[in-house]
Design a protein. Structure first.
Length: 172
């Protein structure tokens, strides 16, 4: 299935000069959503070592990550923007293409030595994913793989994730 037909470009969002890749049409189409979740799942079904937790990054990573965790029979861990988690959390700040941000995770959400799959909708500069890797590793777990639906290759985000197992399905 050609999922690119479900990705809409929104110019100058969230600021001038940025072309936002809107996945809302993909999410609204049952077949496209099922196909995209299935692509992530097939990367890891029956994998050894088994994935213990799937991490999804706020907010679109939640959509794919929770569905993938369900299909793989694992737990799901949300990585949130700062100030959104009610329990004790650890934080990691990072730079992105249009500013800076901080992410956090509950300190007891991931156990030491667990194998973690990180899922997000998009790889741009790699700052968000690199910060998420640091959070997972600070909790003593192993980042087994990083999966993204869309990769903006011209921003060279892979450079910030060198040495990590990373895959993407749609490349721009």
């Amino acid at each position: 299935m050609d999922l690119t037909q479900y990705i809409r470009d929104i110019p100058d969002f969230p600021k001038t000069g940025i072309v936002f890749k809107d996945i809302t049409p993909l999410l609204g189409d049952p077949e496209a959503l099922r196909a995209s979740v299935g692509m992530f799942v097939e990367q890891h079904r029956g994998e050894d070592p088994k994935i213990d937790k799937v991490v999804g990054i706020e907010s679109r990573g939640f959509i794919f990550g929770a569905a993938v965790a369900h299909e793989l029979g694992t737990g799901f861990v949300p990585i949130r923007k700062v100030g959104k988690l009610p329990h004790t959390a650890i934080q990691e700040s990072y730079s992105l293409e249009y500013g800076s941000a901080t992410l956090e995770v509950h300190e007891d959400a991931i156990q030491p030595a667990e194998n973690v799959l990180i899922i997000d909708d998009l790889l741009a500069t790699g700052g968000t994913l690199a910060a998420t890797c640091k959070l997972v590793e600070r909790l003593g777990a192993k980042v087994s793989a990083i999966g993204v639906l869309i990769e903006l290759e011209f921003l060279e985000g892979r450079k910030n994730l060198e040495g990590r197992s990373l895959y993407s399905f749609l490349k721009y």
